[in-house]
Design a protein around this ligand. Sequence first.
Ligand SMILES: [Zn+2]
Length: 354
Amino acid sequence: MYAIPLIRVPRLLERNRTSFPYHNISIITSFDTIVKPFFTILSHYKILDRPHKKIQLENTDCMYKFRLKKLLSVFLCALLLTACNQAPPRATSSFNKYLPPSFDDFSENLEAITSSESKNASPSTSDDIWDVSDVDISYVDSTKKLISFTFDDTPARTLENILSVFAAFNETHESCRATATLFVNSSRLDNQSMHLLHTASALGFELGNHTHSHFDLTALDETELKTEIEKTDKLLFGIDRKPVHLLRAPFGKTDERIKRISKAPIIDWTIDTLDWTGIDENAVYEQVFSAKRDGSIVLMHDGYPATVSALKRLLPDLANSGYQVVSVSAMAKAHSCPLRKGRVYIRARKQKVK
Ligand SMILES: [Zn+2]
């Protein structure tokens, strides 16, 4: 099992060279400081060199020395590989959300990694589990891989276009119908956008809470923080009759206080399309298509024409690649992946059936 990281490091370097600068730094550092010395040791003790020749040993004393060296090299290898497995910064790094799904190639574990902090979080009760009993997954094809599209800062000027792209796709792809989660800033709501969100909700789109005013929640006091979240929940209740909604913190900034206060799971993302930087449609498309993986959550924004154009190509191309695009709660339910209140999620992978 220890051989897997070594084989995959060069491939990861190649694959991620262009799109994930932070990721490259950590991998290159790991490679130079850990993997390279490992090969040097193997070469030094002639384990890698000239494998077709047997090493000739002249006497017993030399044999013992060789065995001692071999034993030492095996011990060092085990030590280095253990360090290599611990080296990736995903568990504690603030760059977690920027890591591509391929980072998980280091792990053979196919169980859902549902929360970036789940190992350190306090024990949960069944009351903490996000209720998905009302979430419709009748349209989800269990033979497909799932990917969740999320649109932040909605309603904005392209909401109608986004919904039109989904509607046009669904007309011709009844067996692979697509939905998404719309993270709403309730301060942006007006009569027209309320109407659009009503329609979206009726069509199976999930409405999420992106707070009322899009302030950095970590900078607010507790009363302001609660108001920012509760205002949006109340306004969305008028549309979908749900009292609480999945939370996406503005700028993805959360802290322990926000997690404690939140009555819903906090949804981050696996893939940032970077559409908010003003990149063109091809770049948005590539950000998603090159990093797609079963259970990924994709961050997109309302208000960018390039996102709408990329969406027109992504929906059919993902369908042709065996993916179905669904909302976050639908993906979590279809993947039997329980979401817990106050936890931060970056993906929702399929869980093993026990
Ligand atoms: Zn936002």
